[in-house]
Design a protein around this ligand. Sequence first.
Ligand code: CS2
Ligand code: MN
Length: 354
Amino acid sequence: MQMTMRWFGPGHDPVTLQQIRQVPGIVGVITTLYNKLPGERWEVAEIKALKETVEKSGLKLSGIESVNVHDAIKTGGAERDKYIDIYIETLENLGKQDIHLVCYNFMPVFDWTRSDLAKMREDGSTVLAYDQKAIDAINPDDMFASISKQSGGHTLAGWEPERMARLKELFAMYKGIDEEKLLANLGYFLTRLMPVCEKYNINMAIHPDDPAWSVFGLPRIVTGKEKLLRILQNVDNPHNGVTLCTGSLGSNPQNDIPDIISALKGRIHFAHVRNVRHTAPGVFEESAHLSSDGSLDMFAIMKALYDIGFRGAVRPDHGRAIWGETGMPGYGLYDRALGVAYLNGLYEAIDKMS
Ligand code: CS2
Ligand code: MN
């Protein structure tokens, strides 16, 4: 297992590489060119500079999260081939820099969705939370305003203001796109990527939809075991794989995460391991990583990953805001570092007892 943390890059992330390096057991970061909009090519010089910055701190660049996918690709629009060509060039440029892991998502319009970015818990910590009733009461046009109001001035991953300014147009693009069409468009995209992935040994790792059900009437196809298996079988190449995000899949209590992990053996390329606490149907909050604080069995999850032979990059995911830390919602240093320490402990125990 390679323990990593997500880092948003110079000028974007209030957490420094040196701080990350001081977290025991961390070998690398998962990062991105945060300024890039979906559809823009990543140039070699930019990737090189990012990699050098990371490596100067003594860490490895373990993978990219995310190279975002243009909506023309997701909707199968007239310009999809042009944007797939650009995506392929980006992968080529990443491959040439010895980068072999790319996380992405295929969610229409919005990336992850929450109704509250700072829900106060009894102990005074705050967490990201979701309440379906609150989401149902929001007009999708106001969703961006609602999210950005709570973001503490940070641009949130997947919520690029440039895209959000074109929300009406985006919703119009997805008219007539149902789950089957979206799945077919994903298959088309992945089929075209496989040759470059084979050439440079790049693993594509699709991130589950968060929450793991349809929001605002938009289709969602990365929500559970059957659908994940369909995506993998559709393009049956080991480079077409999954980011096993326990918090996203775990938003739906029906998803049995250890069972999903076993079913995806050999195709999990990256893992986001965090807990989530279900409080009512359609209502959850992002608890501390510890099993007893949430609804997921983190031991069973780490054991399942161990048992299928997964030894790739793992990262904690959203943490609570604790100890007065302010920063990017979900991505403070303190609680994610606690998450890392805990996951390391679980892993060491599982490894030594196996
Ligand atoms: C992440 C996602 O912060 C998060 O919720 O897990 O934004 C993830 O990076 C993207 O969906 C992957 O493209
Ligand atoms: Mn995740």
